[in-house]
Write a protein that binds this ligand. Structure first.
Ligand code: NAP
Length: 289
């Protein structure tokens, strides 16, 4: 079975190509396909005729999306539509990757995990563009899996973000005597290797719809950093701060924990705790033995 993966050299795309080793994978980098052009998507996909298209390609720099709204909607929304239209033309299944940032914009702050059956209310341009992309992907390709993930970390690092949070913390610790880290944004960190394995399992079935796929448990960026330092033996002090003390262009949800309800209802939620996944990641990157 042929599986086309867009964003193939990105953080998730890299692990997907590895996880799909039993299949005939067509890795498509940005140089191979421009998802904002339906002509480009059609030309590439018609050449390979994949049975499944996994679209990881996105404009992922959350703050830059605030300044570059047109680009955000062009890639994250219209790009998603183009891939969905072509998947439908080919009779292929579509796996489209989305985000926990479609949530968090309600007036009453949320304190319990979001299920796939909750109505998304995004806070940022990135969140709005990804939600619009989800909706068009669902509309134009019948056999779709919308997979919402959260705070990804993978060995390849995000090409769009120039790494990931863990590597940033490990770099900053070399430069500073103390780190100040936001403690009022809570989410479920997710290892792209675990996410990729779950996508590989999901796409072979026909349980279509929206899926939350995150490692289990939740933490703030501060708590995440505490665990990174604990596992790597770093003793540099970490000071918890509020989002107000670390102003960023885009607003982030104070709570965007995803409940993998759809997987659980299907008896498929075996996603391990984020702490275990983090330990594996640190070992894979050579930060710990
Ligand atoms: N990173 C996170 O924390 C996070 C959290 C939740 C959900 N997600 C979602 O997960 C998915 C994967 O994220 P990631 O961290 O793996 O991102 P990434 O490493 O930045 O990978 C994105 C890939 O998409 C490619 N791309 C960007 N614009 C494109 C376009 N117009 N046409 C074709 N390819 C294009 C990029 O190539 P170039 O770099 O060469 O442009 C890159 O290879 C995205 O859909 C994102 O929204 C990410």
């Amino acid at each position: 079975m042929k599986i086309a993966v867009t964003g193939a050299n990105g953080q998730l795309g890299t692990d997907l190509c590895r996880a799909l080793h039993d299949f005939d994978v067509i890795p498509l980098t940005h140089a191979d396909v421009e998802i904002t052009s339906v002509v480009s998507v059609r030309e590439v996909m018609m050449k390979h005729k994949p049975a499944v298209i996994i679209n990881t390609a996105a404009f992922v720099r959350v703050d830059d999306c605030e300044d570059e709204q047109d680009k955000a909607f062009s890639v994250n929304c219209l790009g998603a539509r183009n891939v969905a239209v072509v998947a439908q033309e080919l009779g292929a299944k579509l796996v489209h990757i989305s985000t926990d940032y479609v949530f968090g914009g309600e007036t009453e702050p949320r304190t319990t995990p979001y299920t796939e059956f909750d109505t998304p209310v995004p806070l940022s341009v990135y969140g709005r563009s990804k939600l619009a992309g989800e909706n068009l992907a669902r509309h134009f390709c019948l056999r779709h899996f919308i997979v919402r993930a959260s705070a990804l970390f993978g060995v390849a690092g995000s090409s769009g973000k120039g790494g990931n949070f863990i590597e940033t913390m490990l770099r900053l610790v070399e430069e500073r005597d103390e780190l100040r880290v936001v403690n009022d944004q809570v989410f479920s960190p997710t290892y792209t290797a675990d996410l990729a394995r779950k996508i590989a399992q999901l796409m072979t079935g026909d349980y279509y719809g929206i899926f939350h796929v995150t490692n289990s448990g939740a933490c703030s960026w501060y708590e995440f950093t505490v665990q990174i330092f604990k596992l790597t033996g770093i003793t540099t002090p970490i000071v918890p701060i509020t989002s107000d003390q670390y102003p960023q262009k885009a607003r982030r949800p104070s709570y965007s924990v995803l409940d993998n309800s759809h997987l659980r209802l299907l008896g498929m939620d075996d996603m391990r705790p984020w702490q275990e996944a983090l330990e594996d990641y640190l070992a894979a990157r050579g930060h710990i033995a």
